[in-house]
Design a protein around this ligand. Structure first.
Ligand SMILES: [Zn+2]
Length: 212
């Protein structure tokens, strides 16, 4: 049974990790339970280094985000769901899912820790959200896990951003030729393969501007 001291120590360790990942004071406060003043005193001694600006709000963001942001969000959401199903606490699952996301993409990261916090709040109905508004579904078309509004009926390819990536892939035969199709071992690998493919397809050329 963890003691009060153990819990306090764990909260401080998580706060430190979250501060390093760029989280806002409020996010750190909600995830660890530590008072914002204490977080500030411990990890932002220089007030200039406190993340500022408007915090991500609303679950609606996901539905209007461009394809690159949605596929990024799905990587985080799928990993988070997987870790939660394995029994991890929400804060731990989010930190690990965000790190996993960082390990497969390049800096500057398009999804901020605060945005990821917002997303999983709406997936689990915790922290910022009273009830779940988003869910993680498995696409019957491509097998990838993706985020959708709760109550979404799956029609193959319709709501899944990874299928949309595949569509673009099929359109560009030149790129397709340089990517021999390999057997896929696991779902995660499939998603990562899609992501690698995505980086090859230049979405910038199509005028998608990341909103974050
Ligand atoms: Zn799909």
């Amino acid at each position: 049974m963890p003691t009060r001291g153990d819990r306090q120590l764990r909260a401080i360790q998580q706060a430190k990790q979250l501060a390093a990942l760029g989280a806002r004071l409020k996010t750190i406060h909600l995830m660890t339970g530590l008072p914002p003043r204490q977080v500030q005193r411990l990890f932002f001694p220089d007030a200039c280094t406190i993340p500022r600006g408007r915090a991500p709000d609303s679950a609606e963001w996901y539905h209007s985000a461009n394809l690159i942001l949605r596929t990024d969000a799905c990587l985080i959401g799928a990993k988070y769901r997987q870790l939660r199903n394995q029994g991890l606490a929400a804060s731990e699952a989010l930190i690990l899912a965000y790190r996993a996301y960082q390990s497969v993409t390049r800096s500057p990261y398009r999804i901020s820790l605060d945005r990821a916090f917002n997303l999983v709040s709406h997936i689990d109905g915790i922290w910022l959200a009273r009830t779940p508004a988003l869910t993680v579904l498995t696409c019957p078309g491509c097998g990838c896990e993706f985020i959708a509004a709760i109550g979404t009926t799956i029609h193959p390819g319709e709501a899944c951003p990874f299928c949309k990536l595949l569509e673009r892939f099929h359109v560009d035969h030149r790129i397709q030729a340089s990517y021999p199709v390999r057997p896929v071992i696991s779902m995660a690998e499939r998603q990562l393969g899609m992501l690698a493919l995505f980086h090859k397809l230049s979405f910038a050329a199509e005028g998608d501007t990341p909103a974050e």
